[in-house]
Design a protein around this ligand. Sequence first.
Ligand code: DC
Length: 209
Amino acid sequence: MTPGSRLIVAIDGPAASGKATLGRRLAAALGLPYLDTGLLYRAVGRRVLDAGDDPSDPIAATRAARALAAADLARDDLRGPAADAAASRVAALPAVRAALLDFQRAFGRTTGAVVDGRDIGTVIFPDAQVKLFVTASPEERARRRWLELRGRGFDVSLARVQADMQARDEADAARATAPLRPAPDAVLLDTTTLDADAALAQALTLVGR
Ligand code: DC
């Protein structure tokens, strides 16, 4: 880390890999602000759905991304099957990603930050001092998301959750703009058999704390 530069921890990985839990706890441990960038895409998707538009429509989705406000991120309907699907669709649109770029880069500019998403180490903060790529087996990730959805009152089958998650992972990894992939200098952290405390301990070691 060069003198005077702020610590940016970039965390990327597929859905339900444990990156948001890790990001939140790592930020608290380091005294840094935390940004879950998936919420930005979820909130854009929600705005598009509210307007009665198609999340794959670049004009409608870009309009929603440009209009995004802090209150959108505090909505309580950003998680669930409809929000998952809409977020994945708007996230594939280059103009939506471009509209959200400055906000992400400005976040934590003066303080440093822990930021999680799909393209944080590759596109948003390619110079981040610490990059983690968090994974877990597809079965374990589906199980976690299924438990989360059930906890939120959604009546969905595990098989359905796993199939939907696989389709969205493939879309996130195959899209032309900012596909999900580890940065060449990212450290891989597999949380399949780790609980939240063990994942945090490993991450703190990687950060050098
Ligand atoms: O992390 P999440 O499941 O909340 O992300 C929701 C969707 O947004 C998912 O399809 C991936 C996409 N996303 C993205 O393309 N880039 C990011 N930096 C964060 C999320």
